[in-house]
Design a protein around this ligand. Structure first.
Ligand code: NAD
Length: 529
């Protein structure tokens, strides 16, 4: 219940009054009435009962057993032939469903920090692959400063680089300035370019936002031959009706057109995305490092007529898959006490537990200095198989000894090694062509449910939109008991192990080695099979 409420804390959610947490219209509950009933039921729930949530609405409480999850959630799922935005919006307007995005509908969103570490990690991988390990003296062009995209400027400057961020909504720019994720706002594209050019020349880290539509600004920057080294984008392109603002409309005009003529809106949004993505392809051809940042801009641009939309890769095959092969992904935890000192104590034990992981050490140092908590204090870092359970046991010891003021919740993004099928994102270009096989996230959810997780969610359409992804989330309350230690031993091993299994099955050597070294039993790899 603390996590559900934290998702909707005004410091955390993008539009809490509408129950929108992040990512276009990712919601924590179907309606405020549903929210109130969920809270009431959670307060009354016994430790051998399970509450079922159907797309943000509480639909039943059943007797189960203490090791079973207290809450099971299914969000935005549609039968495959019906899995289109049009059908989803029709059902949503009838009040029958809600969009859960990833961590919105599974109650483990922690504000922009949640994505900051992954974004930091991605830009660090870009720096390693192309620029000798740093973005110092490099210009990164991106767009979208929303719940997730707002992490980009800080992630670039944490890697020493310069970020030029295009955002159509001035209130989003103000929010990132206030939160300390963004350094400066420029008055125009010219002003933005000037500020960035001096920072690049001086090797100074800087992030600058310009209020403009990316469908205009990206092509304009390309025409001018702006000296950009890296290009990506995190507008809410996955949702062409509620996420992306078409060129030529201010925010009020966009709202009006959306209400009056949704089909025309989608057509204009897709045409704008074709121009936006086309400029990114132009930058690629001019020698920049260009990658899709998991928002399906390429898919929508293709629908808008840009044949070359998929000329550049997604960020997972380009930078993150080797980590997924080791079961590495976005491990996060929340201090239910609300006391930042609890996060400081957990940061310290993670640093002690993994002294040889240089990137993790650098991240935790930067995060404790530069990340302002939103809502309940929380932390995120990428840990893999054999690391997550170790961290959890140490947290449990802290709670048991009274070194923390209250329990912590451990969770993760659905963007993880074993919990997602998303052919334009996490499972793009799998070695064996299994991109669209969605058995894996379902097996992940079933196994977490069988391994003592406190709550488990299965969703459709997160990140890239309807029809494009199936994914699962799982959380565990760490309360200092033997019971929590037992659950952590099972769940926080099994969850990342499904990622190693999935990638080993797809034929990745690194995953096979990890499985062999750490003892993940993969029956078909058994010589006696
Ligand atoms: P959000 O809806 O909170 O923010 C999107 C931002 O884009 C808004 O501020 C909006 O004003 C801006 N925008 C819309 N159209 C624009 C245009 N034409 N030009 C300039 N700005 C425009 O969404 P979010 O939570 O920041 O997520 C952004 C996207 O990233 C989504 O598609 C989401 O699914 C995806 N995503 C990526 C990851 C990842 O790991 N890379 C994770 C989660 C979500």
């Amino acid at each position: 219940m603390r996590c559900l409420m934290n998702n909707l804390d005004p410091e955390v959610a993008e539009r809490p009054d509408d129950l929108v947490v992040y990512g276009g219209r990712g919601k924590a509950a179907r309606s405020w009435a549903a929210f109130d009933v969920i809270a009431r039921e959670l307060r009354a729930l016994e430790s051998d009962q399970t509450l079922l949530i159907q797309s943000g609405k509480p639909v039943g409480v059943f007797r189960t057993h203490p090791m079973a999850p207290r809450v099971l959630l299914a969000n935005s799922l549609l039968v495959p032939d019906w899995a289109t935005w049009d059908e989803f919006w029709r059902l949503e307007s009838l009040g029958l469903t809600a969009y859960g995005q990833m961590t919105a509908g599974s109650w483990i969103y922690i504000g922009s920090q949640g994505i900051l570490q992954g974004t930091f990690q991605t830009f660090a991988a870009v720096a390693d692959a192309h620029f000798g390990g740093t973005l110092r003296g490099r210009l990164v062009l991106t767009a979208g400063l929303g719940g997730m995209g707002g992490a980009q400027p800080l992630a670039v400057t944490m890697n020493g680089g310069v970020a030029l961020c295009i955002e159509v909504d001035p209130s989003r720019v103000e929010r990132r300035l206030t939160e300390g994720y963004l350094d400066e706002r420029a008055d125009s594209l010219d002003d933005g370019l000037r500020r960035c050019a001096s920072a690049v020349a001086e090797g100074r880290a800087l992030s600058v936002a310009v209020v403009a539509n990316a469908a205009d600004a990206f092509p304009e920057l390309r025409r001018r031959g702006a000296p950009v080294d890296v290009v990506t984008d995190q507008t809410s392109a996955h949702d062409p009706l509620h996420g992306y603002v078409p060129s030529g409309l201010d925010l009020d005009a966009a709202r009006q057109l959306r209400a009056d003529s949704p089909h025309l809106y989608v057509e204009r949004a897709r045409a704008s995305m074709a121009a936006h993505c086309g400029a990114m392809v132009g930058f690629l051809r001019a020698g920049a490092q260009v990658f899709d940042y998991g928002n399906n801009l390429r898919g929508e641009a293709l629908a808008g007529g840009l044949v070359a939309a998929f000329a550049y890769p997604g960020f997972v095959p380009a930078y993150l898959r080797p980590l997924f092969c080791e079961g590495k992904g976005p491990f996060r935890w929340i201090a239910l006490s609300g006391d930042p000192a609890d996060i400081a104590a957990t940061d310290a034990v993670v640093r002690q537990a993994f002294p040889d992981d240089d990137l993790l050490q650098r991240w935790l140092e930067l995060a404790s200095a530069r990340v302002r908590f939103q809502g309940l204090p929380a932390r995120i870092c990428w840990l893999g198989l054999g690391e997550r359970d170790v961290a959890a046991q140490r947290f449990n010891d802290l709670v048991r000894r009274g070194d923390l003021r209250a329990p912590v919740v451990i969770g993760r993004d659905h963007l993880d090694s074993g919990s997602v099928a998303s052919p334009f994102r996490e499972t793009e270009a799998m070695a064996d062509g299994s991109d669209a096989i969605a058995d894996w996230p379902i097996l992940n959810a079933l196994l977490n449910t069988s391994s003592g997780a406190s709550w488990v969610a299965v969703h459709h359409g997160g990140g890239v939109g309807m029809g494009k992804s199936i994914h699962a989330g799982a959380q565990l309350v760490i309360d200092g008991t033997d019971d929590a230690a037992h659950r952590a031993e099972l769940m926080l091993w099994n969850d990342p192990a499904t990622g190693v299994m999935r990638h080993a099955d797809a034929g990745y050597d690194r995953a096979r080695q990890t499985a062999a070294e750490l003892g993940v039993h993969i029956p078909m790899d058994d010589p006696s099979a």
